[in-house]
Design a protein around this ligand. Sequence first.
Ligand code: 5AD
Ligand code: SF4
Length: 466
Amino acid sequence: MRTYHVTTFGCQMNEHDSERMRGMLDSLGYEEVAEREDAALILFNTCSIREAADNRFLAHLGQAKRLKSDDPTRVVGVGGCWAQSVKEEVFRRFPFVDVAFGPGQIHRLAEFLTADSIDAHGRFLMRDAGREPECAQGAQGARAEAGRGYFEFEGFAGHLPMKRAREFQAWLQISQGCNCVCSYCIVPSTRGREQSRPPGELLAEVERLAADGVLEVTLLGQNVNAYGRDLPRDERVTFAELLRAVDAIPGIRRIRYTSPHPKDIREDVIRAHAECEALCEHIHLPLQSGSSRILKAMRRTYNRERYLDRVAQIREHVPDCALTTDIIVGFPGESEEDFQATLDVVSEVAYDSAYTFVYSPRRGTEAAELPDQVPHPVKVERMERLVALVQERARERAERFVGRAMEVLVEGPSRTDPARLRGRTTHNKTVNFDGTAEPGDIVEVEITAATSMTLNGQERLLSRVG
Ligand code: 5AD
Ligand code: SF4
């Protein structure tokens, strides 16, 4: 039996890429197994956003090495952003890795695993493509060239089958890559220049998803607001127009997207939130820092005032909109005063939730070379203060839901009490509640209590909305 196991690290884009890998492998007759040790093909879809992500992956790779030494017929494949950031170095550092590919070559996975790579017992045989440096000479030279090419962006995986985790939710990749030059970020070097998928292709995909029972679709891109700018003039639509077109597709009850860039979010998108029925009342607006001086060093191209103007505009058009954010603590040169400016913005905006990160120098990025790196204990101490404030404000914000009936898309049993249910509001708040609904139902839930992270409630009888 040709079995495989995929471990995914990183963002929703990576989760979605892994769905494509699974879909493709299933269509080739492979079978997914729950445990890595039972797999003939061990795949990793990696992330490189922070050092912690690298380390987590390397620990897993160590286990794959042991499994491969027990049974050398296993194939180990490494895809995604970490693979892209180290390229052929992966084969030098980890000679037991058979296949490596970047986020732009997902559709080539099948080629790496061609029929001739499987022996009479259905086991994988190693393929030499990309096996530097041995094949860099002689007759193998052409193959080695192709191996290098594997790390260039070659195309979207949009036409590939995908295996979704839940039948009623789907991701839609609208663009690939990023043209921003944020000085801390490795993504432009791992996912390349921005390329938008044509709107016709996207809308056809959403129609197929809707016909397939999908209720909630999440549009994915590194900077979704820049969507369409690179398309030929006759095909070009703005992100706001794309949102409206998706909203018009029958059956799609919820539209989410991630992430917009504060420099590019415009009033047309904010108005779409007010006017499109399916567009959720939630905007993830990464702040990164509340200090204009640090934002400049980060090359974010907005300052604190501009960011707060955007927030005011959102609140004006969509008063109940949930706002979430990403914040980096301890960027090089961040003083106590700069950090205080971040706390001030967090206090003023009162986010519904925030992802907080300790700054991590990344290879090849501008900020990694900056002097004045903040000592680790200072980063940790600031992080603690930031998290405490984020949680305090989030809890206060969540109070506004208590006593209200909220529309909840049921996702499954509650994680803490399997006798209860769990779902999400359009604000992207997780609700744990008592009720009789099934996953995929949209029901009304009376909110009875709130913490900084979750809401608690009771399903309203006869409330099925969809
Ligand atoms: N160090 C810490 N956090 C980072 N992020 C991106 N690069 C780094 C880095 N080098 C954070 C940003 C981004 C989120 C996905 O990860 O906040 O929005
Ligand atoms: Fe990680 Fe960024 Fe790549 Fe996503 S795009 S997998 S967050 S490095």
